[in-house]
Structures are given as structure tokens and as C-alpha cells.
Ligand binder design. Sequence first.
Ligand SMILES: Nc1ncnc2c1ncn2[C@@H]1O[C@H](COP(=O)(O)OP(=O)(O)OP(=O)(O)O)[C@@H](O)[C@H]1O
Length: 219
Amino acid sequence: MIEFENVSKSFWTGRTRKIILNQATFRVELGNSLGILASNGAGKTTIINMMAGLEQPDEGTIRRSSRISFPLGFMGGVISRHSATENARYIARLYGLDPDYVESFCRWLCDIGEYFDMPVGTYSSGMRSRFSFALLLALEFDIYLIDEGMPASTDAEFNRKAGAVLRQRLQEATVIVVSHQASTLEKFCKQAAVLKNGRLTVFDTLEEAKRLYDYETQG
Ligand SMILES: Nc1ncnc2c1ncn2[C@@H]1O[C@H](COP(=O)(O)OP(=O)(O)OP(=O)(O)O)[C@@H](O)[C@H]1O
């Protein structure tokens, strides 16, 4: 479970205050994946980062009683001068998992050949996102945090393999996805919320959330 109670967050831009959340209270239970619809700049990444504990709220409380992933695409724990092999084994040890398993799972999913043993700093952005997605799937979490759906990979084979593993994982895990388009959320969640001007409105169905989102983005 992850719970926000009266959480507020804003940024001072030098001239105005950009409000991301204003006294938001909501809860995501295990087994009840949530999609959050918000237009660009509304605060999707900030909310996901707060859920992961990478960013702190200005006010209010965030409670977690489950294993919450780092956000998909987050490379903060990855050391650029080390290879994917070294990073995968190091992160496995941090999480108390078998380094051989995490390394071989990531090697299989990334499928980047000899680059897996080269420094991550030499990777293309597609290779980096494949590696970070593989790492996320190799570790076991109760709640997965995903910013804008699938990774920015154009490799069809990777997307097929990663999608299959993710679907399998979702049978047990819960996902929180933020996106600016409803079609990204369809694959993951039944319940959905709309974030606009610091207000997060949660609906039981994506259909209802989509109606408000379409109304607000057109209006
Ligand atoms: N540290 C910061 N200082 C000042 N403004 C910030 C900071 N971080 C984010 N912002 C601003 O807060 C707003 C929300 O940012 P965020 O990255 O969370 O939005 P987003 O919905 O994920 O955007 P996008 O869809 O464009 O990726 C943006 O206007 C951004 O410029």
C-alpha cells in the first residue's frame, strides 16, 4: 500500500509558484493498479519521484507498507563507468538477490551483445533504457512505478520480451503509471486519476477519468 495524506508540493520558478499537488489525499492498495492522466508539465515525474522517495513533499505524509520500485527509467543507482554486468551484480547484492540470476536475466532481456560488458556510459539511450527496464524487472517489488509506459525502446524484439515479462509480473504486482495519454494506461490499470492544477481526482474506471481529462484538456 502507498498512501498520500494532505500532500502538497510546489516549485518556485522565480516568478510564480508551480503547484504540483495541493493537499492531495489518496491511497493505492495492492492489486489495484492506478493510472494517472496528466498533460505535459503537470507534475507526473514529480509525483512518481515522491512515491519512490526520490523527492520529498513540502507538506503532508507519504506512507508505504510495500516494496516500491524505483521509477522505470531511473538510472540513479547505475554507475556509468561500470559495465551492465558489474552494475547488475552490485544492485543484486544491494537487494539481497542472487547476482548470477540478476546478471543473466538482464543479459537475456537487454540483448546488447558485447556492450553488456562495456561501461554503461558508452551505451546509446536505447541501450540505457533497455538496461534500466531489465533491472527493474529483475528485482522483485510489490508496486512498480512507471513514468509514461514502456521504455523508449524502438527494438521490437526487446519490447515483445519485456512486455511479456511485465504482463507476467503484473499478475502478482501492482503498477502506478503516469501518462499524458489514456491509451498507455489501458494496458495496466482499471482505476485512474486525473492530475490538473494540483488537484488529483481518482475514479473507479479509466473511462470516467478519460472523460474528465478530455473535457479539461479541450476546455
Ligand atoms: N526542481 C524544480 N524546480 C523548479 N521547477 C521544477 C522542478 N522540477 C520540476 N519543475 C517544474 O514542475 C513542473 C512539473 O514537472 P514534472 O517533470 O513533474 O512534469 P511532467 O508532467 O512529468 O512533465 P513532462 O510530461 O513534460 O515530462 C514543470 O513545470 C517543471 O518545469
